[in-house]
Write a protein that binds this ligand. Structure first.
Ligand code: ADP
Ligand code: MG
Ligand code: MG
Length: 931
C-alpha cells in the first residue's frame, strides 16, 4: 500500500519534471527583470541585485541575463558539460538583448558587445573572473569604429579583451600554471608598459589609435606563441569560452583559498552574468567608478567613492591611475588636487547621488556600487551590501538607528563579533606616536595599528606568523594571489593602489591594519629591501603602521590595550545591553581581573576559582601552605595548615568582592588535582619535609600515596570536601567573613558559593550543612545584618545533568562547566585529545573540536535536559555557563535559546559576549515580527 503510493508520487514528479524544464536563465534590463534581489542562491549576489535594480527600482541597468548557480553545479557534476537546454536558452536571451539594444551580436555594422561576469552567492571580491568587450572581432571592429568614430576607443577595448580573455579563458581555465611573473597577463602588461615608455606617455589613454592597433596584432601573435592557440575571432566562441571560464574559476586555487578563509561552502557555485557593454573609455565625457553609500573605512555617513575619466572596468580598483574623488568627502592625501565628479559632471553626479540614497532606503544598509558613465549617461553595473571594518560597522549601526533606517535589533546584528573584536585590537599608543615623525605616508585603508617585521611576500608572512611573530607585508600592490599572506600579516603596506584597490577592500573586510598607495616606497624584491624616508630597510627590520591615518614609522612603537577611550564602542555596547535578555558575567580570580571585567561591562563574576591563588605571582607562600595541607599526615596537622591558609583566601576573596560591589560573585570551592601540587624539585621537597617535621622517606611515602591513575576523575572537587570537611568549612568562613566585613563597610557584597564536580544530590546536602554552619558562626561573631548568600553547583558530570531534578531541589543555581562536561560526555581527555582529534576532524567524524565549539547535539542535549528538569523542580533556578564556551558567540546563542540567566567568560571576551547575547535576542524579536 505504502510502497504503491510512493511509486506513484515518484512517477508524477518525474512527469512534472519533464514537462516543466528547469529555468536556467533569467533576463534583466529596461525596467523589467525575471529575478529579484531575494534570489541570491540561484542568481548569485550580483545577478540578484542587477535584477532588483532593473526590475524593482527601475534604475538604468544595461540589459542582460543571468545563468544560474545550478548550471555551475551541473557543470562540475557532469564532467564540465552543460544542461541540454542551456544553449537554446542563452541564444534566446541574447536575441532579447539584441531587440532591446537594437544591436546584433557579431554584426559587422552595428555590433553588440557583452561582458561575462561571475557572481557567487556571497561576494568574493576579485577572486573570480570577469571578461569585458566580448564580441569584438576582425569583422566587428570596423563597424564599431564607424559607429563611434573613435578608433582609439575600439582598439583600447580590443586590447583589453585580448588581455582578459587570454589570461582567464586560454590560460587559467585551461589549467595552465605558468611560473610566477610569467603568466600571459604579465607578459602582455609588460608589452603595454614598454609601448608607453617608447612613446613617452605615462597614461594609457594617450596612446594613439594606430599604435594600439599594432599592439593588438602583437598581442595576438604573443598569445599564439605562448599558449599555442589562436585568439578566437568568432563572437560565439568567445562568449562560450568566457562562460565556461567563469564556471571553471569557481574551483580556481585562489577562489578555493578565499572560501576556506571566509567559510563559504564549496558547493554553492557561481552564477554567470552576460550583460550589454557600456563604455567608460569613450573619451572625456565617459568614466567608470566605484562608490559606497557611506565611508567603509570610518563609517562617515557621506557618499564616498572614486572614479576615473576615460577608463574601463577595474582600472579604478587596479590602481593603474590615481582615481579622482567623487566629492569633497572622498578626497584623500593623493587625490585632493584632482577634480571631483560633482564638479566635472554635476548632472550625472546628482543623478548618482539620488540613486545611492534610494538604494540605502531600499536595502536599509550601506551599499557598494559600481557604475559607468558612457558619454554623460549613467549606468548602474552592480550594488551589494558593502564590506566595512569594525570601526565603520559600529559607527553606521549607531547612525542608522538615529536616522530610523533600522531598528536597534537590526543594528546589533550589523556588527559581527569579529568586527567588534577589531575595536578591541591594539592601536599605537598616542604618547609613543606623538614623539616620532612618520617616515612615509600612504592612504589609510585599514584601521588600527600594527608593528612588526618587514616581509616582501606572502609565504614569508605566513612563516613569521607561524613562528608567533608579527609581519608587515610590503608589496608594490597586492593581488588576489596574496590572500593568505595578507591574512597572516599583522599589517599591509603597498606602494600602489587607491582606497578601493584590492588590498584596501580585502583588508577592510578583515579589519586589518593596512596602508595603500604609499608612492614613495622603492621596493627591491631581489635584494629584499625597501627605501623610504631616505633610509633603506631590510627584510626583518621593524616598522609600525598607523592604518587609521596612513602613517609609517620606523621601529616598533608601543601599542595600547583594547578599546581604551572609544566612545562609539561604549555607545554600541550600551545598545546591545538594551537588546539582550541574558546577563554577562566574567570568569575572574583576582581583584585585578575583577576590575578589568567591570570595565568591560561584566555584571558579576560567574567563576572565581579559589585555587588560582596558588598559581602565578605572589603564590609562593599560600602554595607552600597548601602543600603542607595536602601532605599532612593527621587531621590536626591538616587543620593547622588549613587555618594558616585562611587569611590568604580571605584577602583575595574580599578584594575581589569589593571590586564587584553590587554584583554577585560566584566563588567555587577548591577543585585542585592534588598531585599537581606536590613539589617535584628536591630542594622544595626537603623544605616541605622540614616544615612538616618528617623525614624524606616519610615525605616520599605520603607523596606516593597521592598518586592517582586517573587524576581527572580522582580525589578532587566536592570529593575533597566530603573527605576533609574542614577544607569546606574554612573556605566558607573566608567567603562569609569577607562579605560580612564589606557589608559593614557599606559595600554591597553578594557571595554565592559554588560546589564543583557534583554527581549526586547527597553530596550537596552534606556540604550545605558545613556551609550553613560556617554562615551561622560568622553572623553570630560579626553580628552582620542582611548578609545574603546562595549555594549552587557546577553541572559538569553527566550524572548530575541527568538527575538535575533532584539536584535543583537543594541548589539555587546551576553553572554548566562545559569543559569537564564535554570531557566526560565524550570520554575525551582534555589533556590528551591532541593525539587523535586532528584525525577525527580530517576524516569528518567530528565537525569541530568540541572543547572550542560547544557540541550542541550531544552535550547540548544534556544541558537542555538539565535546564528543563532543574526549572521544573525550582522555577526560579538561576542557570549559567562558565566554561570556555561562555565567550564563543555560537555557544552564547545556544545559551540564549535554552533560557540561561547568564553566561560567564574571561574578562576580555565580555564585550563579545554582550554582543552575542544581544544578537541572539535580536534574532528572536525579528523572527517574531516577521510572523
Ligand atoms: P567583480 O565581481 O570582480 O566586481 P565585475 O563583474 O563587477 O567583477 O566586473 C568588474 C568591472 O567590470 C565592473 O566594476 C565594471 O566596471 C566592469 N564591467 C562589467 N560588466 C560591464 C558592462 N556590461 N559594461 C561596462 N563595464 C562592465
Ligand atoms: Mg573583478
Ligand atoms: Mg564588481
Amino acid at each position: 500500500m505504502v510502497k504503491k503510493t510512493v511509486k506513484k508520487a515518484a512517477k508524477t514528479a518525474a512527469k512534472k519534471a519533464v514537462k516543466k524544464a528547469v529555468k536556467y536563465v533569467y533576463s534583466f534590463g529596461a525596467g523589467k527583470a525575471e529575478g529579484n534581489g531575494k534570489m541570491k542562491e540561484l542568481l548569485g549576489g550580483k545577478g540578484a541585485n542587477l535584477a532588483e535594480m532593473a526590475g524593482q527600482l527601475k534604475l538604468p541597468v544595461p540589459p542582460g541575463f543571468t545563468i544560474t548557480t545550478e548550471v555551475c553545479t551541473y557543470y562540475w557534476n557532469n564532467k564540465r558539460t552543460y544542461p541540454k537546454t542551456l544553449k537554446a536558452d542563452v541564444e534566446a536571451n541574447l536575441k532579447k538583448i539584441e531587440r532591446e539594444t537594437k544591436k546584433q551580436f557579431g554584426s559587422e555594422k552595428n555590433p553588440l558587445l557583452v561582458s561575462v561576469r561571475s557572481g557567487a552567492r556571497a561576494s568574493m571580491p576579485g577572486m573570480m573572473e570577469t571578461i569585458l568587450n566580448i564580441g569584438l572581432t576582425e569583422k566587428t571592429i570596423p563597424g564599431m569604429i564607424a559607429k563611434t568614430g573613435d578608433a582609439r576607443f575600439v582598439y583600447d577595448a580590443y586590447r583589453r579583451l585580448i588581455m582578459m580573455y587570454s589570461d582567464v579563458v586560454m590560460e587559467k581555465a585551461a589549467g595552465i600554471e605558468p611560473k610566477d611573473g610569467e603568466g600571459i597577463r604579465k607578459i602582455l602588461d609588460g608589452m603595454l608598459e614598454e609601448l608607453k615608455n617608447k612613446l613617452g606617455v605615462s597614461d594609457d589613454t594617450h596612446i594613439p589609435a594606430e599604435e594600439l592597433q599594432k599592439l593588438c596584432v602583437q598581442f595576438k601573435a604573443t598569445v599564439k606563441k605562448v599558449l599555442k592557440k589562436d585568439f578566437p575571432d568568432d563572437p560565439m566562441e568567445q562568449l562560450w569560452g568566457a562562460i565556461g571560464a567563469v564556471f571553471a574559476s569557481w574551483n580556481g586555487k585562489r577562489a578555493i583559498a578565499y572560501r576556506n578563509i571566509e567559510n563559504i561552502p564549496h558547493d554553492w557555485g557561481t552564477a554567470v552574468n552576460v550583460q550589454t557593454m557600456v563604455f567608460g573609455n569613450m573619451g572625456d565625457t565617459s568614466a567608470t567608478g566605484v562608490a559606497f553609500t557611506r565611508n567603509p573605512g570610518t563609517g562617515d555617513s557621506h557618499f564616498y567613492g572614486e572614479y576615473l575619466i576615460n577608463a574601463q572596468g577595474e582600472d579604478v580598483v587596479a590602481g593603474i591611475r590615481t582615481p579622482s574623488p567623487m566629492n569633497k568627502w572622498s578626497a584623500n592625501a593623493h587625490s585632493k588636487h584632482l577634480p571631483t565628479l560633482e564638479k566635472v559632471m554635476p548632472k550625472v553626479y546628482k543623478e548618482l547621488d539620488a540613486i545611492q540614497k534610494k538604494l540605502e532606503k531600499h536595502f536599509h544598509d550601506m551599499l557598494d556600487i559600481e557604475f559607468t558613465i558612457e558619454d554623460q549617461k549613467l549606468w548602474m553595473l552592480q550594488c551589494r551590501v558593502g564590506k566595512r571594518n569594525g570601526t565603520a560597522a559600529v559607527q553606521m549601526a549607531l547612525d542608522m538607528v538615529k536616522e530610523r533606517l533600522i531598528s536597534k535589533e537590526e543594528a546589533v546584528l550589523r556588527v559581527t563579533p569579529t568586527q567588534l573584536g577589531e575595536l578591541l585590537l591594539p592601536a599605537i599608543d598616542p604618547k609613543a606616536e606623538a614623539g616620532v615623525k612618520p617616515i612615509a605616508q600612504g592612504l589609510p585603508a585599514g584601521p588600527g595599528g600594527a608593528a612588526g617585521k618587514i616581509v616582501f611576500n606572502s609565504l614569508d608572512a605566513i612563516k613569521l606568523q607561524e613562528a608567533g611573530q608579527n609581519a608587515i607585508l610590503v608589496r608594490e600592490e597586492t593581488n588576489p594571489e596574496d590572500i593568505e599572506g595578507m591574512r597572516a600579516a599583522a599589517g599591509i603596506l603597498t606602494q600602489r593602489g587607491g582606497m578601493t584597490s584590492h588590498a584596501a577592500l580585502v583588508a577592510r573586510g578583515w579589519g586589518k591594519c593596512c596602508i595603500v598607495g604609499c608612492g614613495e616606497l622603492e621596493i627591491n624584491l631581489n635584494a629584499k629591501t625597501v627605501k623610504m624616508g631616505g633610509k633603506t630597510f631590510k627584510e626583518g627590520d621593524e616598522l609600525t603602521l598607523n592604518g587609521t591615518k596612513g602613517y609609517v614609522y620606523e621601529g616598533a612603537l608601543k601599542m595600547l590595550a583594547a578599546g581604551e577611550g572609544n566612545k562609539n564602542l561604549a555607545a554600541f555596547l550600551a545598545l546591545c545591553d538594551k537588546v539582550r535578555t541574558m546577563k554577562v558575567r566574567a570568569n575572574a580570580d583576582t581583584e585585578e581581573d575583577a576590575i578589568k571585567a567591570r570595565k568591560f561591562g561584566a555584571e558579576g563574576i560567574g567563576l572565581f576559582r579559589i585555587e588560582h591563588m596558588f598559581y602565578g605571582k605572589n603564590s609562593d607562600k599560600p602554595l607552600f601552605i597548601l602543600r603542607k595541607m595536602i601532605l599532612s599526615g593527621s587531621e590536626e596537622e591538616r587543620k593547622a595548615a588549613v587555618e594558616e591558609l585562611f587569611p590568604y583566601m580571605k584577602k583575595e576573596i574580599k578584594a575581589t568582592m569589593k571590586a564587584m560591589a553590587g554584583f554577585g560573585v560566584t566563588v567555587r570551592l577548591m577543585d585542585p588535582p592534588l598531585h599537581e601540587f606536590v613539589p617535584t624539585l628536591p630542594e622544595k621537597q626537603a623544605e616541605l619535609a622540614k616544615a612538616l617535621g618528617i623525614t624524606m622517606d616519610v615525605f616520599k611515602d605520603r607523596a606516593a600515596s597521592l598518586h592517582e591513575v586517573n587524576p581527572m576523575m580522582g580525589h578532587r572537587g566536592i570529593r575533597l570536601g566530603v573527605t576533609y570537611p574542614e577544607i569546606t568549612t574554612m573556605q566558607s568562613r573566608a567567603i562569609f567573613e569577607s562579605a560580612a566585613e564589606l557589608i559593614k563597610e557599606g559595600v554591597k557584597a553578594q557571595p554565592e558559593v559554588m560546589i564543583p564536580l557534583t554527581c549526586d544530590v547527597n553530596e550537596i546536602i552534606s556540604q550545605k550543612k558545613l556551609i550553613r554552619a560556617a554562615y551561622d558562626e560568622v553572623v553570630a561573631k560579626t553580628k552582620v545584618k542582611k548578609l545574603n548568600f546562595s549555594v549552587g553547583t557546577m553541572i559538569e558530570i553527566p550524572r548530575a545533568a541527568v538527575l538535575a531534578y533532584e539536584v535543583a531541589q537543594e541548589t539555587d543555581f546551576f553553572s554548566f562547566g562545559t569543559n569537564d562536561l564535554t570531557q566526560m560526555t565524550f570520554g575525551f581527555s582534555r589533556d590528551d585529545i591532541g593525539s587523535f582529534l586532528p584525525e577525527y576532524l580530517k576524516q569528518g567524524i567530528l565537525e569541530a573540536d568540541p572543547f572550542q565549539t560547544l557540541d550542541q547535539r550531544g552535550v547540548g542535549m544534556l544541558i537542555e535536559h538539565a535546564v528543563a528538569e532543574g526549572r521544573d523542580a525550582k522555577p526560579n533556578l538561576k542557570v549559567g555557563i562558565c566554561g570556555e564556551h561562555g565567550g564563543d558567540p555560537e555557544s552564547v546563542e545556544f545559551c540564549h535559546r535554552e533560557g540561561f540567566t547568564y553566561v560567564s567568560c574571561s574578562a576580555f571576551r565580555v564585550p563579545i559576549a554582550r554582543l552575542a547575547a544581544a544578537q541572539a535576542a535580536a534574532k528572536d524579536v525579528l523572527a517574531k515580527k516577521r510572523k
